[in-house]
Write a protein that binds this ligand. Structure first.
Ligand code: NAP
Length: 538
């Protein structure tokens, strides 16, 4: 399509048809707006569409990781297990999209490369890589927090004759690992799932680990009809509960204090939460671990002891024990037989801090100690989190200000992770400086943000206004509040995608708001009730 072609005009454009985007579409359509969702993939589901690598699985419980807006949907949909695998969540999101007839307003295979605000017209102009043009009064970036995959640059990579793939760009066709020499780089939540899943299938597995990971063994019982009936009874209570906890799950910080317990009681409490087999251990056992180094050390020791129990070779066990950061200060994954993988004779762990990667060769990877021969290389190397998908698009606000440049020069700034001063009528879900960017069960916080955005757009229209934009002062206050809370925790001491340290040149600052999902929701609700006092309407 040529650029001379007239733009297709809508009340709102939503970018991204993941969990957030399709719900946003549903909400805005309910208000009577004309909406078009633009999605780069061939189907809905966002993260659950792209991340189809072996072993991809949710580590929030199914009963918390769902939509709450339709009782009919809650009654119809049956989850098959506590932590569903990727195909099931992808099926669920397709089911929702079909049930609410959402796909007719979603344009697939459409990647947005630019969006600019025309102040005179009070509209956003959106262009795609295919040259299509759209125009809309409101723009919602439902582009995902972990959707911009990163492959590190390595010398000689172009010489490698084997196949290589990033986990977030996994092919739709089945991959045969039988007899293959496979390398996996990355031991975060993704790498762990891939490694534990393919280890029994491959000829030989080489894991390139730069940072060891604390992980909790997952308990994943099947859900039968009786269990689903029981869960359905709890849904009304759970729907409210998840919006009233720190992480948007159905558990919260405990009220029991570490200092009030004897050593035996502390140990017993850790075991009790450990046996739950969920991320409840992370926040529920001793919430003080996020701010109190002594408590953190105690819990970290407990988790390291669990690793040592499972890995036979003590040298390998030590490599797998994180030593340079505290438990919970970076994302804690759930795992199934992950540590036992390293007891297999065909699995080799390469600690790339002690044995650094020098280059790729035709046949594999050369580290200081020698060449590792590989037929296939899997990069589980993560994402440019929270900001990456937003800065990948040329987003221009008032006076042509480019969001990417503004964030690079002055640091990331958002007002409550929902809007940016200078970018009227642009809203974001899972963006930086909101809990949704990292510290919240995604469905809880993305539904909360999409609800808030819909209400804000409705308010703006009903009051006869063209646009809404946070003031620079309000945005600065939010940034200061965010930093103050962040710096009171141990999280900024640890290198991770939470802090932007995984991306060269990225500002090092906690990307997600640590005030808690429930506190954040109350603050958002108050602002709406008071008529958006921190924003300017025009
Ligand atoms: P990640 O946590 O950022 O992990 C990336 C891994 O790649 C790290 O081990 C990192 O090492 C390594 N890496 C990156 N560059 C490297 C290099 N140049 N050399 C050696 N190693 C390198 O990414 P992720 O595992 O994809 O997970 C991202 C987030 O997605 C998770 O934290 C979670 O929020 C979400 N997720 C959720 C689930 C689930 O629900 N079950 C599953 C997967 C992912 P360093 O640590 O040293 O940087």
């Amino acid at each position: 399509m040529s650029s001379a072609q007239p733009a297709s005009s809508f009340d709102a454009i939503v970018i991204g048809a993941g969990l957030s985007g399709i719900y946003q579409l549903h909400k805005l359509r309910q208000l009577g707006l004309s909406v078009r969702v633009l999605e780069a993939g061939a189907g809905v589901a966002g993260t659950w569409y792209w991340n189809r690598y072996p072993g991809a699985r949710c580590d929030s419980t199914a009963e918390c990781y769902q939509y709450w807006f339709s009782d009919e949907l809650l009654n119809e949909w049956n989850w098959s297990e506590r932590f569903p695998a990727q195909p099931e969540t992808e099926r669920y999101l397709n089911y929702v999209a079909d049930k609410f007839d959402l796909k007719r307003d979603i344009q697939f295979h459409t990647r947005v490369n630019a969006a600019s605000f025309d102040e005179a017209a009070g509209r956003w102009h959106i262009t795609t890589t295919g040259g299509e043009q759209f125009s809309a009064q409101f723009l919602v970036m439902a582009t995902g927090g972990l959707s911009s995959p990163q492959v590190p640059a390595f010398k000689g990579y172009e010489n490698f004759k084997g196949t290589s793939v990033h986990t977030a760009r996994w092919p739709h066709e089945a991959v045969d690992f039988a007899g293959k020499r496979v390398g996996v780089m990355g031991t975060g939540a993704t790498g762990i799932q891939v490694i534990q899943t393919i280890a029994p299938q491959v000829g030989h597995l080489t894991v390139f680990q730069r940072t060891a990971t604390y992980a909790i063994p997952m308990k994943n019982p099947k859900y039968d009809a009786a269990r689903m009936a029981e869960l359905r009874q709890s849904y009304p209570e759970m729907k409210s509960l998840v919006h009233n906890t720190f992480t948007g799950n159905d558990y919260d910080f405990g009220t029991v204090l570490f200092q009030d317990l004897t050593p035996a009681q502390r140990e017993a409490r850790l075991w009790e939460f450990w046996h739950d087999g969920s991320l409840k251990f992370w926040v529920g056992a001793f919430g003080e671990l996020f701010a109190d180094q002594a408590v953190n050390d105690y819990v970290s020791d407990f988790v390291r002891a669990r690793i040592r129990e499972r890995v036979k070779d003590p040298v390998v066990a030590e490599k797998l024990c994180p030593k340079d950061y505290g438990f919970g200060t970076r994302r804690v994954p759930l795992e199934t037989n992950y540590f036992e993988v390293y007891n297999q004779p065909n699995v080799q762990l390469v600690d790339t801090t002690a044995d650094p990667i020098e280059c790729f060769t035709e046949n594999g990877i050369k580290t200081a100690s020698g060449e590792h021969q590989l037929d296939m290389m899997i990069f589980a190397t993560g994402f440019d989190a929270a900001t990456g998908a937003l800065t990948a698009i040329d987003v221009r606000g008032r006076d042509g200000l480019l969001l990417r440049d503004s964030w690079r020069q002055d640091g990331v700034r958002t007002w409550m992770g929902l809007q940016v001063h200078g970018f009227p009528n642009m809203f974001m879900i899972m963006a930086p400086l909101s809990p949704a960017a990292a510290f919240c069960n995604v469905p809880t916080c993305s539904q909360q943000q999409a609800d808030w955005i819909s209400n804000c757009i409705d308010y703006t229209r009903k009051h006869g206004k063209q646009s809404i934009e946070p003031t620079a002062d309000a945005e600065a206050r939010w940034g200061e509040h965010h930093d103050e809370l962040a710096n009171a925790t141990l999280v900024p001491k640890t290198k991770s995608w939470y802090m932007g340290t995984n991306i060269e040149g990225k500002q090092q600052r906690l990307l997600a708001y640590v005030g808690g999902a429930s506190t954040y929701r109350l603050a958002c609700d108050k602002i709406a009730e008071e008529g958006y006092p921190e924003s300017v309407f025009s």
